[in-house]
Design a protein around this ligand. Sequence first.
Ligand SMILES: Cc1ncc(COP(=O)(O)O)c(C=O)c1O
Length: 285
Amino acid sequence: MSNILTHFEEIKAKGLSIDITRGKPHASQLDLSNELLSMEVEPYEGSIDLRNYGEPLGIEGARKLGSELLSAPYENIITGEQSSLLLTYQTILANYLFAEPIAWKDMESPKVICPVPGFDRHFRMLEDFGIEMLTVPLTNDGPDIESLKLLMKTNKNIVGMLCVPRHSNPSGEVYSDSNLRDIFNIGISYSKDFLFIFDNAYLVHDFMPTKSQKPIWEIATEESASAQVVEVTSFSKVTFGGGGLSFMAASGKNLSLIKKMRESMVICPDKINQKRHIQFFKSVR
Ligand SMILES: Cc1ncc(COP(=O)(O)O)c(C=O)c1O
């Protein structure tokens, strides 16, 4: 113990100023994408003029990139602006205002399951809407299933779950496939309107082999849960923070609801930036 304290005092004495914000790339990582800054972009995709309004769901190449990233069918993909957090917020807002059969705002004390430790910005969003958070402890393999079952058994009006399934922020857990299957089965048997929101912000961020995970959309499809899933990711921590692209996979009434919400908010995403990213990456691999 005294060794640790001495070591701590030594480090403290150096007066270091280190930014340990999680998820913030180092300048040398950002340098890897510098080509994007000076890239010539062909401002057309086929007959579509990328400089103009149009293509609210994103241009074809960018949606294909999203389909490859999220392993979800092309028709289920929206490629948006630079922030996946914005897509998550839009999802919550759309459900709060317009969810079928009942808008969350019209329910008595709607609740969302949040694994903890979790992402402070998720908590803040739910707080904005006055939605109660029910916490489930995280294990190395994902949310503790017995605690989840207990919460579902003892609470009414749980509308969904918001979580980071890979390298969970802040503590880094990667959910196992069987944990994900359990979550889907518990959620769909609770209600066919239970919404699984997966913020897959760290989907492509493995520097060395880590725990493998079958794509969320594939597991959801196998468990007959994809109609209840919204999955988002982005390039904020791949190319430039706030300068990348965001992606969403959703289907059925979720996709319609989010399209409706977005139609009121954004006429179209930045298609030039989408094209720049397509040219830069060519494909996911
Ligand atoms: C789990 C998680 N989701 C979302 C974000 C932000 O992503 P974006 O820049 O695409 O909104 C972060 C950034 O730290 C994050 O850790």
